[in-house]
Write a protein that binds this ligand. Sequence first.
Ligand code: SF4
Length: 285
Amino acid sequence: MTNPIGEYIEMISARATDPEILKKAQDGGIVTAAYVYGLENGLLDGVIVADTAEGFKPVPKIARTREEVLSACGTKYSVCPNVSVVKNAVKEYALEKVGFVGTPCQIIAMKKMMQYPNAFRETVGNIGLIIGIYCMENFPYNGIKTLVEEYASVQMSDVLKTDIGKGKLFVYPKDGSEAVTVPIKETIPFEQKSCHVCMDYTAELADIATGSVGSPDGWSTVVIRNKRGKDFMDKMLAAGILETRPLDMESKGGYPLLEKLSDNKKAKNAKEIERRIEMGLPVPY
Ligand code: SF4
């Protein structure tokens, strides 16, 4: 039987021990902590992250210092074409150990490029670590802009960070005032239509996948999928970069929730794929 969250070696709950990372990053700050650790210890020489341009617009950035990684941390809930700069990282910055973070669909794209590397052949060997973020759906930039500016009444230029959880979209203003929330059901019309045929919630092809689901507030659930991910994670743990706790495998809000959300996404989107096939529309699988 196929595992609903994909193959893995180990799963843990974890959070960064660095207070600055915990304060600025999303949930347990795993991606930020991994990239800062990788850059500062020679495991990575550059990392591709989603930075924000004017108006909280996500833009891909090749970060090579702790400060550059920290300035980009946090989830943006809009498309950021991180894959588009992988080749630049190798060709323009001569990087040999590139860290990549992305949504499950971007991880699939990376893996396809690595399998069939026609235009990518001089880059494939230079990928040092691939981290995937759990993703139920995403929004085009103008969609999230409408939600933030018209539904939450916050200007995009005033947004510090956004988050989705507990059935709500949270918009945190830069002035430190309380987050404004939008019920998740009101965000549905703004979702990217391509997300409705996406069958991967937990970045099944990444070296490491992470997100908040399954762990207590302020912690992340980390799924270590292969040897490269395990080696990297073991080094981080040995260096005290993360603190861990066993993943709760029993209660509703623990691992069972991760499995349930992954199952739900696959079941819902499989129906949409069938519907599109019946209508003669293109589907990705
Ligand atoms: Fe990509 Fe799937 Fe997330 Fe949409 S739901 S952004 S297609 S991973």
